[in-house]
Write a protein that binds this ligand. Structure first.
Ligand SMILES: [Zn+2]
Length: 394
């Protein structure tokens, strides 16, 4: 679709031309894309190993922008890799160049409450058009409230959250700060603290736990974006690297179904496992797969799935371990934890202060009329796979 709207970031550089908004196609590789768009393949080959790893991360449904000049020649393309970093293809003196650059976005604090008539998923979707928000809400309360049984007409939901906007479009998953469900007059709260959800008492809500796939030193941590001062380039590392010798058995971090076992660009030989609650784990640069590991098979937590190697673009044997929620990379170490999920000491005191603040905010919100913050549907939310875009029964 051609957009008539002026998108300031790019248009200001040119003053003319048109912008096309596209969605990254399912199982389209970066090379496929270059070929289809008539862009030189050299753009891919000029990337180094780490950058090619990132390019393997391009996912179905991600929104990207193409800027054409008046003759229909591509001037610039912006393709997001994650919520922080994007591929920038540009034309300079007739030749194309490529670089990774940070994504410009703004963040807005938003909030709303609604009275329920049925399940909260569709109610939140109807009120806000925000698929990601509906999903995050369900995740926040997962395991504590059975929405199928315990929701009655007139029950209420209130949410405080932050939403990123990129070029005027909602972007990335919203970050819920606090949420409340009132069923038959009783209020249940969840609060986000250091990337995880807790109840009012500081007890962790989520039960999903992963184990480390290998016992080895971490040689490279997770980062959504960082500036590499020596290479003078922007980087991201969408997983954790473990420095393990070649041949070390790699174990499934959690129970799940094998989605993929094969070759994937810079990642080399890869196994991807789908877990519950929208989680996927990825194991890259494997030397080989364990016999019988193929798509569709279920594996238990700790089951050997393959062996450490250095296939793909890898400087030496190591395991690259990635974790995704709704196809969005997250830091695996946040979920791989052994400690009991209960806050204590100074952390608990800090948490309690935050809880009091957010509860007051929710109270003030409920005193207002129920608000429908967004009228238009947010259909094109990047980083939520297409399979998560539809309505569902909850
Ligand atoms: Zn890695």
């Amino acid at each position: 679709m051609r957009l008539a709207i002026a998108v300031p970031l790019v248009v200001s550089l040119l003053g003319a031309g048109s912008i096309q908004l596209g969605r990254w196609e399912r199982s389209q590789s970066f090379l496929d894309y270059l070929h289809k768009s008539g862009l030189p393949k050299e753009l891919y080959y000029s990337l180094d190993g780490e950058e090619r790893e990132l390019v393997s991360e391009l996912r179905a449904g991600a929104l990207y922008y193409t800027l054409f000049d008046d003759n229909g020649t591509i001037e610039q393309v912006l393709i997001p890799i994650n919520e922080e970093l994007q591929i920038h293809i540009y034309r300079e003196q007739g030749a194309y160049g490529i670089a990774l650059i940070p994504i410009d976005y703004t963040q807005r604090a938003e909030s709303f409450w609604i009275a329920l008539e049925g399940g909260p998923y569709n109610a939140i979707l109807d009120a806000t058009g925000n698929v990601g928000l509906a999903y995050e809400f369900l995740r926040a309360f997962k395991g504590s409230i059975d929405f199928r049984r315990s929701i009655y007409k007139g029950d209420r939901v209130a949410i405080l959250y932050d939403q990123k906007y990129r070029l005027g479009q909602p972007f990335g998953l919203p970050r819920i700060k606090a949420a409340m469900v009132e069923t038959r007059g009783k209020r249940h709260y969840v609060f986000a603290f250091e990337g995880r959800f807790y109840d009012e008492q500081g007890k962790e809500m989520e039960r999903f736990r992963l184990i480390r796939p290998v016992r080895a030193r971490i040689s490279s941590p997770f980062t959504l974006r960082r500036w590499h001062p020596i290479l003078r380039r922007w980087r991201a590392h969408l997983g954790v690297d473990f420095a393990a010798p070649a041949g070390t058995p790699v174990r499934a971090a959690g129970p799940g179904r094998i989605l993929f076992a094969g070759y994937k660009g810079g990642y080399g030989k890869v196994v991807i496992i789908a877990h519950r609650d929208g989680y996927k784990s990825l194991y890259a640069h494997l030397r080989s797969f364990r016999k019988g590991i193929r798509p569709g098979r279920f594996v238990g937590q700790g089951e050997v799935i393959g062996y450490v190697g250095s296939t793909g673009l890898s400087t030496g044997p190591h395991l690259h371990f990635g974790l995704y929620r709704y196809n969005r990379p997250i830091n695996p170490l946040r979920v791989v934890r052994i400690a009991k999920g209960r806050l204590s000491g100074a952390k608990l005191r800090r948490f309690k202060g935050m809880v009091a603040r957010y509860k007051r905010e929710i109270e003030e919100l409920l005193a207002q009329k129920p608000e429908r913050t967004r009228v238009e549907k947010i259909k094109l939310v990047s980083y939520i796979g297409e399979e998560h875009g539809a309505k569902r029964t909850d």
